[in-house]
Design a binder for this molecule. Sequence first.
Ligand SMILES: *[C@@H]1O[C@H](CO)[C@@H](O)[C@H](O)[C@H]1NC(C)=O
Ligand SMILES: *[C@@H]1O[C@H](CO)[C@@H](O)[C@H](O)[C@H]1NC(C)=O
Ligand SMILES: *[C@@H]1O[C@H](CO)[C@@H](O)[C@H](O)[C@H]1NC(C)=O
Ligand SMILES: *[C@@H]1O[C@H](CO)[C@@H](O)[C@H](O)[C@H]1NC(C)=O
Ligand SMILES: *[C@@H]1O[C@H](CO)[C@@H](O)[C@H](O)[C@H]1NC(C)=O
Ligand SMILES: *[C@@H]1O[C@H](CO)[C@@H](O)[C@H](O)[C@H]1NC(C)=O
Length: 479
Amino acid sequence: MVGSFFRVSSRALLLLSLHALMIRFMHEGYTYGAKGKIASYTVSLSSLLPSPSCSPSTTKASNQKSTLELIHKHGPCSQLVQDPHPLNHTKILLQDESRVRWIQFQSSNSSHVLKASAAAHLRAKSDITVGTGNYLVTIGLGTPKKDLTLIFDTGSPLTWTRCKPCVGSCYTQSDPIFNPSHSSPYDNISCTSTSCSHLGSIGISRCSGSTCLYSIQYGDNSSSVGFFATEKLTISPTEVIDNFEFGCSENNQGLFGRAAGLIGLSDDNISIVEQTADKYGKYFSYCLPSSTSSTGHPTFGKEGGAPSSVSFTPLSRVQQSSQFYGISIVGISVEGNLLSIPSMVFSNGGTIIDSEPVITRLPPTVYRALRTAFRKAMANYTRAPTVSLFDTCYDFSKESTVAIPSIMFSFAGGVDLDLDPSRIFYVVKALQVCLAFAANGADSDPVIYVNAQQKTFEAVYDVAGGKRGFGSNGCSRDA
Ligand SMILES: *[C@@H]1O[C@H](CO)[C@@H](O)[C@H](O)[C@H]1NC(C)=O
Ligand SMILES: *[C@@H]1O[C@H](CO)[C@@H](O)[C@H](O)[C@H]1NC(C)=O
Ligand SMILES: *[C@@H]1O[C@H](CO)[C@@H](O)[C@H](O)[C@H]1NC(C)=O
Ligand SMILES: *[C@@H]1O[C@H](CO)[C@@H](O)[C@H](O)[C@H]1NC(C)=O
Ligand SMILES: *[C@@H]1O[C@H](CO)[C@@H](O)[C@H](O)[C@H]1NC(C)=O
Ligand SMILES: *[C@@H]1O[C@H](CO)[C@@H](O)[C@H](O)[C@H]1NC(C)=O
């Protein structure tokens, strides 16, 4: 299929621009550089354009009983898809920017989580869909159990779903709205409970009489307000969590797609990770699917064993924030050559690892060094106009194959990760393929390392053990 990328039919071109994020390159070959490191990949766009039908991944993890299926919001595995042209790059990159600004604001010393009072004065931004998530999981809530499709978010503390009645701003969701009065285990949490004070400690609780309320705001100014309550949570037929604390939302501002709410996996007292600490030992892993037409998973606990060949790097807290998971980048190599960057530049603002943003944000000093090395290696290709936050774009429309310089990230603990060639570029269209990194405003801003740069890897969070693992073959279809 060499060359198929560049002689695409008009139908394929349409797919190309609509499904840029899902494109998978076929590796046609590698070249090796100094010290036996991969220097470049020769790739063509394969016929593996995203399939219009869902093809679930087949992995070992999916046999585990504490595993859920993870799907992309805009792909054919999602029942939420309503728009045949869901991917608007301008919109996706704008959303990405607001998520990044929010993370940086939240992780700064000035504020942990926006205060409840601020959320009360929100205005919905109808032109921006939720910036809080592209991946979805389905869990069961209540007795009798109701299945709910929730946004998967490692950067949020609280799990919530919409509840009846809707008293404020309401939206259409694909699952029936959860009705607490039809579920026997449902209970309101009292204002004087420890759980309510945990919410208070991150600034998202309020009391109404003796009842604990929550109010949380996200990066795109969307918000959710409701009762803090307990319910029975069902992960799988054998995995049931009683008295799970969650938000029963009666008022939402902004658009959450057609999802029923959000599942929060950050390192916070109220996240599902902390709440299930006795059962799963604050250990979870997940795999993001290789394309929007495939599936991934989160798995709770290490029963069944960690995936094969996991490399671990220390997991840390970024500054004052307990909400985001942090790791340490120690170096970046292009074509197998380490960029000459003082290590201080990486440690300045810390590095946050997150499942959501699309584009990794680097300190300006690092980004400039990466860009210079990358442009040098790509010198023989025709440059294309810049677009959005990208300043290094190429026109591949006349090429049959492309040699992409390798980019390797090195993390503390001796973990070296070669980025998948398909993650080095953001494909706007064949005439505009851009280096998929961007610079922060200042070197002191936290680095945002995007987990999606390692799709199909198993991302292991051993929160109790204080380490973050990268395992191969988490959810590849051909594994
Ligand atoms: C894409 O999104 C931007 C920002 O929301 C909007 O201004 C633009 O009209 C959208 N383009 C299309 C083709 O829908
Ligand atoms: C945050 O606070 C700590 C200790 O109070 C201080 O050392 C650090 O420089 C502050 N960071 C920023 C970015 O202001
Ligand atoms: C929870 O609190 C709300 C508001 O006070 C009330 O309407 C509802 O009946 C309560 N639910 C239960 C199960 O106590
Ligand atoms: C959210 O609201 C704040 C304050 O009103 C505003 O400055 C900011 O631009 C808004 N962000 C988005 C993504 O709309
Ligand atoms: C959990 O709550 C306790 C008591 O409120 C607090 O000391 C602790 O730091 C919290 N832990 C996390 C991870 O938020
Ligand atoms: C660019 O092409 C020239 C001529 O074919 C070749 O000598 C040179 O090595 C190429 N440069 C790169 C960076 O590949």
